[in-house]
Design a protein around this ligand. Structure first.
Ligand SMILES: Cc1ncc(COP(=O)(O)O)c(C=O)c1O
Length: 287
């Protein structure tokens, strides 16, 4: 990552030179929590929400963050200031630190990594045309999907879904529970529109508590657009009129195909949600 700058435990290092120990529990066990953010007008977007999720993830794992949100913000601001681009991509990773190879043995203070690099957005043409998803049926051993209580370094389900999707020529994998319920994208929240109502699976389905998901639901409520949290069987996907995915960096991204089913160009509801979310982003940095 030549264009990345890394803040490693308070020390700024060029991306290619940033190193952590092989005994770090983030490396050994995926024993880490993380957040991906973007800036808008140079400031981290939805900072408070991301910090709250980081704290919740750490609390769930019993991982001592070892520093305050104010210290984290200072590290983030210092790192952002050193990246020469208007808008930036930001990844904050906190691991449980270096350990002794046992699952619960002695371990050092938390490792803090802040990675900043210039923000690269998808071309506007992708938003005009939409993207293709490929369903990925989770093995029976993963019946509960992803634990919504924590955003952790264990990305196994995402890697499996994304790899299968790319091999099939699709943009992103769409995880489906062993019982056929549609869950979420490999690294995004899934929404569909039916009879003018925007739907997304409930968190209890086994999906990440997406920050963009929460913001989209908030603006839907504010603007009076009808929405519901509901389960959807994969066999009912073709009955949806529109579909889109959301994530911090991509915002609201229309879907034009899932497996062999074509949805066509982005629909009116998806475009309205994208516009409302853009307003919410702009308002949040103006506050
Ligand atoms: C599994 C999963 N779901 C959803 C999302 C979207 O979350 P957010 O809107 O907080 O970026 C991500 C983002 O990385 C993810 O990995």
């Amino acid at each position: 990552m030549n264009d990345a700058l890394v803040n490693l435990n308070g020390r700024l290092v060029p991306g290619p030179e940033a190193r952590i120990s092989v005994f770090d529990r983030g490396f050994l066990f995926g024993d880490s929590v993380y957040e991906v953010l973007r800036t808008l007008q140079g400031r981290p977007l939805f900072w408070a929400e991301h910090v709250a999720r980081l704290q919740a993830s750490a609390g769930y794992l019993g991982l001592d963050l070892g520093g305050s949100p104010e210290l984290l913000r200072a590290r983030v601001d210092e790192t952002l200031a050193a990246v020469p681009s208007a808008e930036k991509y930001l990844r904050v990773i906190v691991t449980r630190g270096e350990g002794d190879l046992s699952l619960t043995g002695a371990h050092g203070p938390a490792t803090w990594v802040v990675i900043a690099r210039p923000l690269t957005l998808l071309p506007e043409s992708v938003y005009r045309e939409g993207c293709a998803l490929q369903t990925f049926r989770l093995p029976a051993t993963d019946a509960s999907g992803l634990d919504p209580r924590a955003k952790t370094g264990d990305k196994r389900l995402g890697v499996l879904a994304e790899t299968a999707a790319r091999q099939a020529g699709a943009y992103e994998g769409l995880r489906v529970a062993p019982d056929g319920r549609v869950l979420e994208g490999a690294s995004s929240t899934f929404f569909w529109v039916r009879d003018g109502v925007v739907h997304t699976p409930p968190l209890g389905a086994g999906i990440l508590a997406g920050i963009t998901r929460a913001q989209v639901l908030r603006v839907l409520a504010e603007t009076g657009m009808p929405f519901a949290e509901a389960d959807l069987q994969v066999s009912d996907l073709p009955g949806a009129a529109e579909a889109f995915i959301t994530s911090t960096v991509r915002g609201v991204l229309p879907v034009n195909r899932i497996d062999a089913h074509l949805y066509g160009p982005p629909g009116a509801v998806t475009l309205a949600v994208r516009a409302a979310y853009a307003d919410a982003m702009a308002r949040s940095v103006a506050e």
